[in-house]
Write a protein that binds this ligand. Sequence first.
Ligand code: E4P
Length: 221
Amino acid sequence: MRFFLDSANLDEITQAWNMGVIAGVTTNPTLVAKEGQDFIPLLRRIAAVVQGPISAEVIAIDHESMIREAKLLAELSPDIVIKIPLMDEGLRAMKTLSGIGIKTNATLIFTAAQALLAARAGAAFVSPFLGRLDDIGENGLLLLEDICEIFAVHKLETKVIAASIRHPVHVTEAAKIGADYATVPYPVLKQLGKHPLTERGIAQFLADWKSLEKQGEQKQI
Ligand code: E4P
């Protein structure tokens, strides 16, 4: 399983990219609105940092306008993937765009049937939203399991992105289930590398090394 960063914040994206662990970025209108910046120049800045898929969502809800927006976004960089909400017009747009070589990411997936439809419409990625299902008392990981199983049984090439990730357990479970990607918010990405015993161990090693230096036994490395 690979990581995407779920963010439109350029500082977060730059830091995550420099950590060397993310393969790309996913944005959505809510994340972009938080930045209070014009979408197109922001996407250009993100594409200057990230070499990998960058999902940018269309706002339109009819086929023609979706295609117009998608073409405009796709022109910004070959890394742009067009995020399209799962709806009838959206499925049509996925089909049209895949026919002209523009990759799409089917978003707001809440059932396995929706994921299968998107795959058959030619989506390159599907994004089941785990956290939002958990929020309403369902289990998002069960949905992810179903989608991964169906895609494996039918040998579908569409990649599965575990989305709406809320905590590290979502990430490890998604990896066990076999998701191709998890798109994680920056705080969760940071959390993944943390453990109190790791921090305590580092502090202990440094303290012991200093005591060796104090004894005059250790020359500068
Ligand atoms: C996915 O691509 C979405 O941007 C994202 O994961 C939504 O997550 P949320 O439920 O935390 O808003």
